[in-house]
Design a binder for this molecule. Sequence first.
Ligand SMILES: NC(=O)c1ccc[n+]([C@@H]2O[C@H](COP(=O)([O-])OP(=O)(O)OC[C@H]3O[C@@H](n4cnc5c(N)ncnc54)[C@H](OP(=O)(O)O)[C@@H]3O)[C@@H](O)[C@H]2O)c1
Length: 205
Amino acid sequence: MKIAIIGSGNVGSALGKGWLNAGHEVVFGVRDPQSPKTQKVLALIPEAKLNTVADASINAVVIVITTPPEAVLDLIPQLGNVSNKVIIDTTNSIRTKPAPYATAYDAIKEISKAQDLVKCFNSTGFENMLNPNYHGEGIDMFAAGNSKKAKQVAGQLAKDIGFATCYDFGGDDKVELLEKFALSWINMAIMQRHGRNLAFKLVRR
Ligand SMILES: NC(=O)c1ccc[n+]([C@@H]2O[C@H](COP(=O)([O-])OP(=O)(O)OC[C@H]3O[C@@H](n4cnc5c(N)ncnc54)[C@H](OP(=O)(O)O)[C@@H]3O)[C@@H](O)[C@H]2O)c1
């Protein structure tokens, strides 16, 4: 699959490394090839392909947003025509948000008119995206949004990098709840000081 990852920081580089290893075609859309975060992706993935946001997006089937949430206001016009593309929004509007929108998801949906948009890869730390394996088992991922197609694509991409299951977390009305779920991980890992090597897994009986 042709994937454009917008942003090359913690999340972008972790997902990019996994998808490249899984055989996907990945291009990073960056604003400054010399920035420390661009250099970080090159340290992790020496063969990483870098381009402008517009050129990375133009041939992509899937566009993955891994920037601060407020950056989407800048980015949306650079993504071009997204009517046939799946957009995966990994952002969490916890410290900042793309005002007047509550989330980047809402901003993308309204401004770009994207049909196949999904919130995913936001609910755990980037270390867990680099390595979702705990004691021989994959942890779980969660996806929210109204597009079945986007959820199916995100779910496959989650499995491709080692997540066990990507659960359907609900529709557009559950996007903010999925960001709160991410905040729950941040609370446990950082505020309650349990450390970032922890993850959520759904168990059943
Ligand atoms: N860190 C985590 O564990 C984690 C987990 C789940 C979700 N998230 C969410 O994922 C997003 C990214 O987090 P991160 O930790 O990967 O951040 P990060 O390491 O700071 O990387 C952010 C990336 O966004 C780029 N960027 C910023 N503004 C931009 C703009 N206007 N146009 C194009 N690119 C822009 C930065 O590029 P420059 O180098 O040019 O600044 C950088 O490559 C955030 O929304 C966060 O809430 C983070």
